[in-house]
Design a protein around this ligand. Structure first.
Ligand code: AMP
Ligand code: GLY
Length: 416
């Protein structure tokens, strides 16, 4: 099979590398991909993610067996609908189903209708009404822009002032553009976070092993929220019972709820969860693989990813098996990220004990240089989280990381 991946980050690098390892797969193309992917034999396609017509032409000309969509933006732009209308196989939710990520209010409706545990909330388009509600509820409280905001549209306000400031920025200063015209005000949930992803085909749900992201920029969960600074899997402090409850009451209920809603979901369903005293509760659904969760979850998959997706597309039962090994992935970001950051740094060469997944890199006259906020992720597997951490951090300490920064505590929560 020849396969096409849409996207260009570390997540897509991990997906493409894993797919290419399948004995069934001869070629993996990535649009647009990034030059770091070429090290792993992935072929780059210079067609933009939103140029559906040319992507469709490419898939037909190359005889692509099926296409996999990495990021949320093309899903919400209806790339799956367009490929299907052109008679092409593609794995991912259509535009209507991707709304589970594209609108927090849509997601909340699915949750409420299906008794899926989540924080209490209220949606507002009126600024004064939102302020009045926040004053009535008090802090801590969570303010979210309704639409997509690249992981930055959420304020966990520990004081009333912070909450009102966030409402002002979103609703009257339009900091996130149209995404903030509607806001969701949500109850603050206390507990440890984890990410539970699954392959979904209509009502059928095949869960993956869980992982934990680190959203804050700096050690000890300090600093601004980012797209994610590192992840690890498994997450031993989250009990198997907690995960089982989440699979039944959250993932399976969501898949069924989407069917009942007339928006059946096929693709990767991602539940961002908080393990509260009352069990798992949803903080968000995403309609795709997580980044950086994918870079630590897929290395633990011992069955064939290409076979799994091919089985799901053809209504066969997929075979999912996982290794007992632990995986740790640390993001190397450009100094300054998530605000304005440095560019143009050289890319370090890491030892062979680790895997490197590239994201914010570009080709500068034949040399790969840093160009984005999250530049790359260094991942390793070992018997324990501690041993995997050691491999990653010794690889990082052995190279020059001038112009970059990374968190030194990825995985540390599992020892507390
Ligand atoms: P989101 O973009 O919805 O994943 O939110 C970003 C981060 O804000 C999450 O990873 C959590 O750390 C935090 N967060 C979101 N919703 C809540 C909530 N209801 N209670 C506590 N923390 C939250
Ligand atoms: N790591 C969080 C996300 O992919 O949304």
């Amino acid at each position: 099979m020849k396969l096409l991946i849409i996207g260009s980050g570390g997540r897509e690098h991990a997906i493409a590398k894993n797919l290419l390892a399948s004995p069934k797969v001869t070629d993996v193309y990535c649009a647009k991909g990034n030059p770091g992917m070429k090290n792993d034999g992935i072929q780059l396609v210079d067609i933009a993610e939103d140029d559906h017509a040319n992507l469709i032409t490419f898939a037909k000309e190359k005889g692509i067996a099926w296409t996999f969509v990495g990021p949320e933006v093309p899903l919400l732009n209806g790339i799956v609908d367009d490929f299907q209308a052109a008679g092409l196989d593609v794995f991912g939710p259509n535009k209507a189903a991707a709304m589970i990520e594209g609108s927090k209010e849509f997601a909340k409706k699915i949750m409420v209708d299906n008794q899926i545990p989540t924080a209490d909330y209220e949606a507002f388009t009126d600024y004064e009404a939102a302020c009045a509600y926040v004053k009535e509820k008090g802090a801590p409280i969570v303010i979210k822009a309704d639409g997509l905001a690249a992981g930055k549209g959420v304020t966990v306000a520990m004081t009333l002032e912070e909450a009102l400031q966030a409402l002002k920025e979103m609703m009257t200063d339009h900091r996130f553009g149209e995404s903030g015209d509607k806001v969701v005000v949500e109850e603050f949930l206390a507990g440890e976070e984890f990410s539970l992803l699954a392959f979904v085909k209509n009502e059928k749900v095949y869960p993956m092993v869980i992982s934990q992201d680190h959203k804050r920029a700096y050690d000890n969960d300090e600093g601004p929220n980012t797209g994610g600074m590192g992840a690890y899997s498994p997450v031993p402090q989250i009990s198997a019972a907690m995960v089982d409850t989440a699979v039944e009451k959250i993932l399976k209920a969501a898949a069924l709820g989407m069917m009942k809603n007339g928006t059946p979901f096929t693709g990767i369903l991602y539940a961002g969860l908080i393990a509260t005293e009352d069990g798992p509760k949803v903080i968000e659904f995403n309609a795709r693989f997580g980044d950086p969760e994918t870079q630590v979850v897929l290395p633990r998959l011992t069955s064939d990813l290409a076979q799994i997706i091919d089985d799901l597309l053809n209504d066969r039962e997929p075979d999912l098996t996982w290794s007992e090994q632990a995986s740790v992935g640390v993001v190397v970001a450009a100094e300054g990220y998530p605000n304005s950051y440095q560019k143009g740094m050289a890319i370090p060469t890491f030892n062979e004990q680790v895997n490197v997944y590239y994201a914010g890199v570009t080709d500068d006259q034949g040399t790969t240089k840093a160009s984005g906020g999250r530049v790359l992720l260094v991942e390793a597997e070992a018997k324990t989280i501690e041993a995997a951490q050691k491999k990653v951090y010794s690889a990082l300490e052995a190279v020059d990381t001038t112009g970059y920064f990374y968190r030194k505590d990825i995985g540390a929560k599992s020892f507390k």
